[in-house]
Ligand binder design. Sequence first.
Ligand SMILES: Cc1cc2nc3c(=O)[nH]c(=O)nc-3n(C[C@H](O)[C@H](O)[C@H](O)COP(=O)(O)O)c2cc1C
Length: 279
Amino acid sequence: MRFIDIEETIKKRKSVRTYDGRPLTDADRAKLEEVIGEICSSESPFPGKIKITILDAGSSAETEKLGTYGVIRGANTFLCVTAEKTEGVMEAVGYNFEKLVLAATEMGLGTCWMAGTFNRNSFKNALEIGENEIFPIISPIGYEAEKTSFMGNLLRTFSKAGSRKAFGEVFRNGDFANELTEDEAGEYAFPLEMVRLAPSAVNRQPWRVVMKDGNFHFYKEIMAGGKVSLDLQSLDVAIGACHFHLAAESGGLAGKFVKEKPEVKAPAGMEYMFTWKTE
Ligand SMILES: Cc1cc2nc3c(=O)[nH]c(=O)nc-3n(C[C@H](O)[C@H](O)[C@H](O)COP(=O)(O)O)c2cc1C
């Protein structure tokens, strides 16, 4: 999938929680269906079978009550992700769904990753979910309203939506002891910066990347309280990997994601996920 300007799109994307109530135009719906088809049928660096359904949830008033506890206003269409329960599938969900989020952003549509503030059962009834499938994520999709709702503003403030951790705090050089500077990252400063700007659940930004011998090792920081039933941190790091990959591709940087745990001593609470091996 080709983006016109991946940097601009990543910078433009934000969680949109207030929509203007207009249904998707036929042209936008058709384009979305095309992008979904492409994403779900193309080879991804993170294996796993995922399905993305465009769900019309009735009137926007109904949606507010039934589906999202008032967090989302004015949306009447949702993207729902279901996936086969296999090892590593959360990485496939994170990577692939973020591609769709960015494609929607490029089309001028608003989205908001949601793993928590929606009533799964009310959505489940409208979807066909198999025995061996999970239903981790939805996102509203539509046109952003001019004025953000009170709840939308509250959530942006609560999650410090616009702020991100510093480059050297999340990216390391050689091992976890040394901060990586943009100068040291060289041509990879851009893909890493695009990871830094990625969305994450409650804006926790659990991605950590160690540059070593020219390769980039991705870790997730496990949050206090241990794993919850949904492995949100794996989703978040895979979202970051999507940004990294698209930025690397746009900059002509060759490489691929592999699972080859490096000889790096990771502090407690840090779990290795995958490596971008440069070619
Ligand atoms: C995996 C994931 C789950 C999320 N779940 C929710 C949610 O349940 N409700 C919500 O309002 N926002 C949710 N968000 C949106 C984040 O709060 C948001 O991405 C973060 O605060 C950064 O803000 P931004 O997206 O505007 O850059 C989720 C984001 C991700 C990546």
